[in-house]
Structures are given as structure tokens and as C-alpha cells.
Design a protein around this ligand. Structure first.
Ligand SMILES: *Cc1c(COP(=O)(O)O)cnc(C)c1O
Length: 429
């Protein structure tokens, strides 16, 4: 069934005149999957409605924040109450303290933190602070991990287990990436090689402890442990970028789920409950380098914005009240069972592989095994993904428009919803 998206198309004609590619963030443009972006009007619970009045079951959740679905009553009411008091102070408020204290009850290792406005700011600042704390310049990231768009993080990998300093974006001077070392995800040998070569110069290792920006790639046993060991041995700061996994993979994030403690964390997405907020924090001995306590400068006019703080606090509180992690795990297990039921033969023949952890899920096409790193992800069948993607849309199921993205379950999804998702895959391949 083809949906009428006339009005979406009309709005996009206007958008393209004003915004580069018609969007305010590139992946929204549908370049990856082909076709035209859908322009949305409103959301309620698991449902998302576009400007033509078509309704979809949403598995994107605005790229992660909406773990409770759209317009959760407790979140809306918290935002409305705060809006009546003030939209911003640019001065301390109790809201930011309340959210920070709530986060600490979920993540006791987080001794000190700071709120910022986006995940990009959080990772950029965490790296600056790690450099300030160690007095070193180099840091390590892994190919396929996304940490936002700060200059020093826009690097591409070459061949081999370690690459130094190649920008992946125009407009990034070589000088900005000359200290960025790129490693291979899940390669213990790779990280050992990097530290053997540059150990004393490495300020930090930043990693998505479960990679969710190249589809879903789980850390293999020993990988995060090796990062921890190398960082501890060489006095480098281990940064877990939990912008995606924080408050979603487990109460204590990936650090708890995979039982490895970083020195610093970065958060975003869920922490703002759908409004722009993010955070970085961790060991007091590192965070004390942040201004005005220390000499690493970092600031923000709207940081700790009371509206975003209220939305974040209401989201975490509602998650506690509805036992969100258990609920999501039950839906996730139902999804696993449905995949086994409808896709077992396709999995055996290597037509598709499926990965799920907590409320994250991902289908890779044309891949016998779930990929372990970016090179393997990039060699999956993205054309087939794109075909399935449009079938999902036609069946009224919305996902992030790229084969390099993951699907998200919310507490609103039922077994019926995930069954529809799996049926479309089974029918498409
Ligand atoms: C989304 C994301 C970011 C960037 O966050 P923005 O708020 O989009 O700047 C950074 N790291 C990870 C792991 C992310 O998923």
C-alpha cells in the first residue's frame, strides 16, 4: 500500500530552498535509503503522524531519547510546570541539581558532572578535559563509532589496525586531527599495538561501549577490558560515550551491562527527555580540571536548561515507576522469538542476521554472522536494507532512514508491533 505524501513533498520543496539538503541534520535527508523524507506533524505514545495524516508505529524515537514514546503525560506535565516558571535562567536552578542527583542514583561511579546541550558538546568537552588532566594531546577512537561532529572526531580510518590523522569531512584542517588515532572496534591486538607505539602520549580512549551508530555491534568479551587495562597501565582516561546507551542498555548504562568502569562518561539523548540536553562526568580527580575549578574551559548559555532538566528528570522517574528495563527486555525477548520463528531459514542461509541488546535491535542483510567491526558492517547488503526500509514505511512502520542506524523499542511497543516489523522482513527477503 503506497501512502499519499503530497503535503510532505510540498514542505520539502520549501525546506530545500532554505536548508542544505532540506534538513537540519544530514541523515534525515533519506540520501541513504532513497526517496523523500517524511515531514511529521505530531506523535502520541508509539504513534507518529505525518503532515498528510499517515500514521506510523515509530521505532526511531527521535534517534533514542523517546524511550517512553511520544508525549508521555508525566514528561509533558513536568515541562509545562517548568515553562510557567521560567524557560531559562542562565544561572543555577534546583532542577539541574535534582536531575544530576537522580543520575547519580543510577550511576554511582559518576562523582561529578556537567550539563551541556548536545552529545557533540559532551564528547568534545570530555576529550578536552582528559587532555587537560593528562597534559597529553593524542587520543584514540574506533572506526564506525560516532561521537558527534567536533573537528578532532571527524576522522577516517585507513587500512591496518591503527591510523593517524585523516579528516573525514571537508573543512577540518589536518592540524585538528593530527592527534586522533583511529583503531579497529573489537580488536584487542589493535589497541595493544596502539598503546605499544604511543602509550605515553595518549590522553584518552573514547569508545561507544556498545556501538550503535554502525548498526548494532556488541563489544566482544575482552575488548572493553583491554581498553580499561591499557588506559590504567598508561595513565590515559577511558571515556565511554554513552550518549546512546546511557539510561537505555541498563540502569547503570553499558558500564554496568558489560561490567567495565570508565573514568569519564558522556550522555545525551534520553538524559534530556526529548529536549536538548547532554552531560559529561565521571571521576572527581578528572572533572576537577573543568573551569572554574580547573583550567579546562567549557561553558554554555543554555546549559542545564530548566525545561530540559525537568523533561530528563520526569523521564527517568517515569522509567523507574513503570519498571521500564524489565518491560523493554520482555518486548525484546518477544522480538527475538519472532525472529527465530519467521527468519530462522534466512538466518541459516546468511540472508539476514539479527542483533538485539536491551531495547536496541538491528537487522543486517546479506551477512551470515553479525558484523564485529565497521569493515564488516560496510560489506553487508545495504541495497537490500533500503528495499526493506521502504516496505517498512509502506506497512506503517517508521525507522531511522539508514542501514547504519539501529531500531529502538519504547515502553509503548507491544508484541504485535514487533511482529509486524519481523513479518515485513520475512516477506521482503
Ligand atoms: C547521537 C550521538 C552523539 C551526538 O549527539 P548529538 O546530540 O547529536 O550531538 C554522540 N555520541 C553518540 C554515541 C551518539 O549516539
Amino acid at each position: 500500500m503506497k501512502m499519499n505524501r503530497q503535503r510532505s513533498a510540498e514542505v520539502m520543496v520549501r525546506s530545500r530552498k532554505i536548508f542544505p539538503g532540506g534538513v537540519n541534520s544530514p541523515v534525515r535527508s533519506f540520501r541513504s535509503v532513497g526517496g523523500d523524507p517524511i515531514v511529521f506533524s505530531h506523535g502520541r505514545g508509539k504513534y507518529l503522524t505525518d503532515v498528510d495524516g499517515n500514521t506510523y508505529i515509530d521505532f526511531c524515537g527521535s534517534w533514542g531519547p523517546l524511550i517512553l514514546g511520544y508525549s508521555h503525560p508525566a514528561v509533558l506535565s513536568a515541562v509545562e510546570k517548568q515553562a510557567a516558571r521560567a524557560l531559562t535562567f542562565g544561572a543555577p536552578s534546583e532542577e539541574e541539581v535534582k536531575l544530576a542527583e537522580k543520575i547519580q542514583t543510577w550511576m554511582p561511579g559518576l562523582e561529578m558532572m556537567r550539563f551541556v546541550n548536545s552529545g557533540t558538546e559532551a564528547t568534545m568537552s570530555a576529550i578536552r578535559v582528559a587532555r587537560a588532566a593528562t597534559g597529553r594531546n593524542k587520543f584514540v577512537k574506533f572506526e564506525g563509532c560516532y561521537h558527534g561532529h567536533a573537528d578532532c572526531l571527524l576522522v577516517k580510518a585507513g587500512s591496518g589496525l591503527a591510523t593517524l590523522g585523516q579528516a573525514s569531512s571537508a573543512g577540518v584542517p589536518e592540524a585538528c586531527v593530527q592527534d586522533t588515532i583511529t583503531g579497529v572496534y573489537n580488536s584487542i591486538e589493535g589497541i595493544e599495538e596502539i598503546f605499544a607505539r604511543w602509550g605515553g602520549e595518549i590522553a584518552a580512549v573514547i569508545v561507544e561501549p556498545m556501538a550503535a551508530n554502525m548498526g548494532l555491534v556488541l563489544p566482544e568479551k575482552g575488548f572493553l577490558e583491554a581498553l580499561r587495562t591499557q588506559c590504567s597501565t598508561h595513565g590515559s582516561v577511558l571515556i565511554f560515550d554513552e550518549v546512546m546507551t546511557g539510561f537505555r542498555v541498563a540502569r547503570g548504562g553499558a558500564a554496568e551491562a558489560f561490567a567495565v568502569q570508565p573514568d569519564l562518561w558522556t550522555f545525551g539523548k534520553i538524559v534530556g527527555g526529548g529536549l536538548p540536553a547532554a552531560a559529561y562526568g565521571g571521576k572527581k580527580s578528572v572533572m576537577e580540571h573543568v573551569a572554574p575549578l580547573g583550567r579546562a574551559y567549557q561553558a554554555g548559555t543554555l546549559s542545564g536548561n530548566p525545561l530540559a532538566m525537568a523533561a530528563g528528570l520526569a523521564t527517568l522517574t517515569a522509567m523507574e515507576e513503570c519498571d521500564a528495563f524489565n518491560r523493554l527486555e520482555k518486548t525484546g525477548q518477544a522480538l527475538d522469538a519472532l525472529v527465530q520463528q519467521h527468519l530462522a531459514a534466512a538466518i541459516r542461509s546468511g540472508r539476514v542476521s539479527f542483533v538485539r541488546k536491551a531495547s536496541f535491535f538491528c537487522f543486517f542483510f546479506g551477512s551470515k554472522q553479525p558484523p564485529r567491526n565497521f569493515t564488516q558492517v560496510a560489506s553487508t547488503d545495504m541495497n537490500l536494507f533500503n528495499q526493506v526500509y521502504h516496505r517498512w514505511l509502506d506497512a506503517g512502520l517508521y525507522m531511522g532512514p539508514s542501514g547504519y542506524e539501529v531500531g529502538f523499542l519504547s515502553t509503548e511497543h507491544t508484541v504485535d508491533d514487533v511482529e509486524r516489523l519481523v513479518r515485513v522482513v520475512a516477506e521482503s527477503i
